[in-house]
Design a protein around this ligand. Sequence first.
Ligand code: UT7
Length: 334
Amino acid sequence: MSKRRATITAVGHWVPERKLTNADLEKMVDTTDEWIRTRTGILERRILDNGATSDLAVGALRVMLERRGIGAMDLDLIIVATISPDMFFPSTACLVQEKIGAKNAWGFDLSAACSGFPFALVTGMQFIENGTCKKVAVVGADKMSSITDYSDRNNCILFGDAGGAVLLEPAANDGEGILDHILRCDGAGERYLHMRGGGSLNPPTHETVDKKMHYIFQDGKSVFKVAVVKMADISAEIMERNGLTGKDVDWLVPHQANLRIIDATAKRMGLDPSKVMINIEKYGNTTAATIPLCLSEWWETGKLRKGHTIVMASFGAGYTWGAVLMKWTAENGR
Ligand code: UT7
């Protein structure tokens, strides 16, 4: 008997209305639209003024459930990938479960920063494959504005707020759904990308606040050098071990941290640039939300279609990185 595979049967995303443009940032820190555009590819991001990460997640989930034509009561499990949870505990998944009324679901949060979505997707997949769940909601949501120092020009230009969600269900046919994955981490990356304040290592004190330890710290140049190699390598590796060339892949769905990292990954995969999902210009880096946000936008405009072969790829804090290969099965959005 062939293996029971998991597949994505619905997608949704939600972003707040307020835009923070490069022109706005020029007024806040010593930067220019030209610098931001050429170094990152970002033109604007969305900011959630009222509410928390659970609200981003709920917005995305509601869209996803409606598109699938099911209710929250139908969900068995909710996994929320985030590094900006509403609070330490309870988990954001519990808060989301209550807000949408998913009374039959259990849930938990998963912390893998910018690789949060692929890590959560592969985790959720296990419950479909082993038969214990029929419908698993996997959410990537981050209110990055809540941990961004808007006086630090190195970081505040990069991040935005968003939520994205997918539904995992058993695939109907062989050779469909999530076919392969490679996930990795290396804790030696902690020193280059972290938020050290507020946890058990540095519980909140006046000193931790004065030292701005509750904000993202990133040594951008060091992270860039590793990210550009690792994300490209892992994407090439998953193609090679599945006997695929650039011609066989319909879409690269990359984490949106920097346009230059995305371009390098596509090049290494031998992909035509027209096969790469890019929306970094509109949203910046929304951490766990970037990949489901792309999937949802490309699906709803009819560009991501049933039968397409896609590779999702990520790199983020930890370091964490990963690639997921799948044959898309959700009925066409348009
Ligand atoms: O998503 C999780 C993983 N994260 C990533 O993958 C991000 C990886 N890193 C990057 O994407 C890039 O390193 C950044 C976009 C963060 C920075 O770009 P960069 O080309 O590596 O710039 P840099 O940090 O080397 O800075 C170059 C110069 C510096 O000035 P000097 O030392 O050359 O005089 C910075 O002080 O640009 C300066 N700079 C800025 N100038 C204008 C840094 N931030 C800004 C700014 N506006 N916002």
